[in-house]
Design a protein around this ligand. Structure first.
Ligand code: GUN
Length: 282
């Protein structure tokens, strides 16, 4: 049987530490740590994410500034708001929830956020720092995965790590983090040939492709650590991950459940990055 990696419990523990850090910051500097959250339009999934982010801020004593813009917002209006937040001294981190409505230029909008306030770790400067192994604001989901590995005593050094998925938000930064931690890293994607054999060699397998129950037992090495970043729906509409949990569970040594695995860690690392950004501003 595999041991479960309890993301919910680890998130709660880290949020306790973040709450203390936010309090220390208030006492030391006489001001609150602030996070601006921008949501454009009414994508239902984004609404849930944003609500959870704001709630998480409240719980740890980070002040959130929430901005809801209508779906028909023009590029200049969005950029004007971002520019205001960049200048606002109460705001230490700026998060623009993605995806933006199709008519908006995501890249142009995000490029207005300076690296110091980029708590998502998406901008070229922060990604570049990560690629060069420098300390920086790191994308929340892969950062959370590294914290989980650390908590469960999994040292990537010398291990074979396979990352399934090459998105800018998860796959690529995940691969860089594992490489920086001295793993031997392979990144697989939709055009990869011999996927099953490659995955089956992984000591650490991180899956972030958004396809329900895609990874089955034959793709997993006995005793591997399996991290499931997916948030999908199965044939009955039930929440599930990219890994076929029932089939892989007996084979992996450690595995994240969905829900209750990586999910709670993502928002936690956003809070963590916001504290880092605030401290660095001093
Ligand atoms: N949409 C899905 N995941 C994310 C994320 O981590 N950050 C932002 N800003 N938008 C997202």
């Amino acid at each position: 049987m595999s041991q479960l990696i309890d993301g919910k419990a680890l998130a709660a523990k880290l949020r306790g530490q973040i709450r203390e850090q936010a309090q220390e910051y208030r006492q030391r500097y006489g001001e609150e740590i602030g996070l601006a959250v921008v949501l454009v339009g009414n994508d239902p999934a984004s609404e849930v994410y944003v609500r959870n982010k704001i709630k998480a801020c409240e719980e740890v004593g980070i002040r959130s500034y929430s901005y809801r813009l209508p779906a028909e917002t023009r590029q200049e209006q969005l950029e004007e708001l971002i520019d205001t937040l960049v200048e606002d001294r109460r705001v230490h981190g700026i998060l623009v929830q993605l995806p933006l409505p199709k008519h908006l230029d995501e890249r142009a909008a995000l490029s207005r956020i300076p690296a110091a306030k980029d708590v998502d770790g998406f901008c070229a400067e922060n990604v570049g720092n990560l690629a060069m192994g420098r300390e920086t604001l790191v994308a929340c989901t892969p950062h959370g995965v590294m914290k989980m590995l650390e908590e469960y005593g999994v040292d990537p050094k010398g291990k074979r790590a396979v990352v399934l998925g090459r998105s800018n938000i998860v796959g690529k930064p995940m691969a860089m983090l594992l490489l920086n931690a001295d793993a031997t890293v392979t990144v697989c994607h939709s055009k990869t040939q011999g996927l099953q054999e490659i995955c089956a060699q992984a000591d650490i397998l991180v899956v972030a492709i958004g396809r329900a129950k895609f990874v089955t037992a034959d793709m997993v090495k006995e005793g591997a650590v399996v991290i499931d970043v997916g948030m999908d729906r199965d044939e009955n509409g039930k929440l599930c991950g990219d890994v076929d949990f029932a089939s892989v569970q007996g084979k992996a040594s450690l595995i994240t459940p969905v829900p209750g695995g990586v999910g709670p860690m993502t928002i936690t690392m956003l809070l963590y990055n916001t504290v880092v950004a605030a401290r660095r501003s001093k």
